[in-house]
Write a protein that binds this ligand. Structure first.
Ligand code: 2AM
Ligand code: CA
Ligand code: CA
Ligand code: CA
Length: 273
């Protein structure tokens, strides 16, 4: 079995575990603020995946949102970057619209990405260089779109803060429409399938973007930070993902008007993971 086949098997098992336990009562704790939640399912799912990986590949390394690999700062060998539940608020409030995300890197190179929309039984997956799939269907290369004919995804919170509303409201204003799904991993794969044309957000961690980035890039999406720079698999960053023409338009016609402000923001926000 390849690492890809193994990953596909355990992410489906992890999703089944979540479905099996959905009726049980959750233990919910807060993290950085009262709206930043973590449940026992987040922790149990990360531990389930880590145990499986450790049993089969003891030399692989694991980074997860809920605590695995917080000391990892180099890229050699095989690294699994895991978000056990992306969209925890959706999980708690809706019991849907969340995903398990896994990105696998070999010596710093993309190897495979998985985003599993558990409640819809939709597994988005890709091996780098071999195309992206939704279940058994290969995803088409993205068509170019202009902003005025595009649907973008953005958390409306960015439009409520004095220091970000000037940057982002012109983009929302000029787009055909905007959406907010509450799961970064799903936003990436929605760009990959063409459900949305761009996803724009100011702060993601490696586990939020690792799997989705690998899938989206296989459909021709451009994934960068909001200064147009490549993402590092171990570093938090801002995100701009879109088809190539739209990525160029949003970056150059909109974000670069706020280049100095965005540069200052990045210097302040991303000194650590
Ligand atoms: P999570 O559900 O795994 O925490 C929701 O707006 C999206 O942003 C989700 O993908 C969520 O991931 C992520 N997110 C939520 N809170 C965050 C925070 N404090 N910092 C960075 N990403 C966050
Ligand atoms: Ca979280
Ligand atoms: Ca996440
Ligand atoms: Ca999470």
């Amino acid at each position: 079995m390849t690492i890809y086949e193994f990953a596909r098997r355990i992410i489906l098992e992890a999703g089944q575990n979540i479905k099996d336990k959905l009726k049980l009562e959750l233990t919910i704790e807060t993290k950085s603020n009262p709206n930043d939640l973590v449940t026992n399912m987040d922790k149990e799912t990360e531990q389930f995946l880590a145990d499986k990986i450790n049993q089969t590949y003891p030399d692989h390394r694991i980074i997860g949102e809920e605590g695995h690999g917080s000391d990892i700062d180099t890229l050699e060998g095989v690294i699994w970057i895991i978000d056990p539940i992306d969209g925890t608020l959706n999980f708690v409030h809706q019991q849907q619209n969340f995903a398990i995300s896994i990105g696998i890197f070999k010596d710093g190179e993309k190897y495979a990405g998985f985003v599993y929309d558990v409640m819809n039984n939709n597994l988005y997956h890709a091996i780098a260089g071999k195309g992206a799939y939704l279940n058994d269907r290969q995803l088409a290369t993205l068509q170019s779109t202009e902003l005025k004919r595009s649907i973008i995804s953005m958390n409306p919170n960015w439009l409520t803060k004095d220091w970000t509303k000037d940057v982002y409201s012109p983009i929302v204003k000029d787009a055909r429409s905007a959406r907010s799904y509450g799961s970064a991993a799903l936003d990436f794969v929605f760009v990959a399938t063409g459900i949305i044309d761009s996803y724009i957000t100011l702060r993601l961690h490696p586990w939020d973007f690792a799997g989705g980035m690998i899938i989206a890039e296989e459909t021709g999406a451009i994934v960068s930070n909001q200064l147009g720079e490549k993402l590092h698999p171990l570093k938090s960053n801002s995100i701009l993902v879109a088809n190539p023409e739209l990525h160029h338009e949003i970056l150059n016609v909109y974000l670069m008007n706020y280049k100095d402000e965005l540069e200052n923001l990045h210097q302040g926000m991303f000194s650590s993971r």
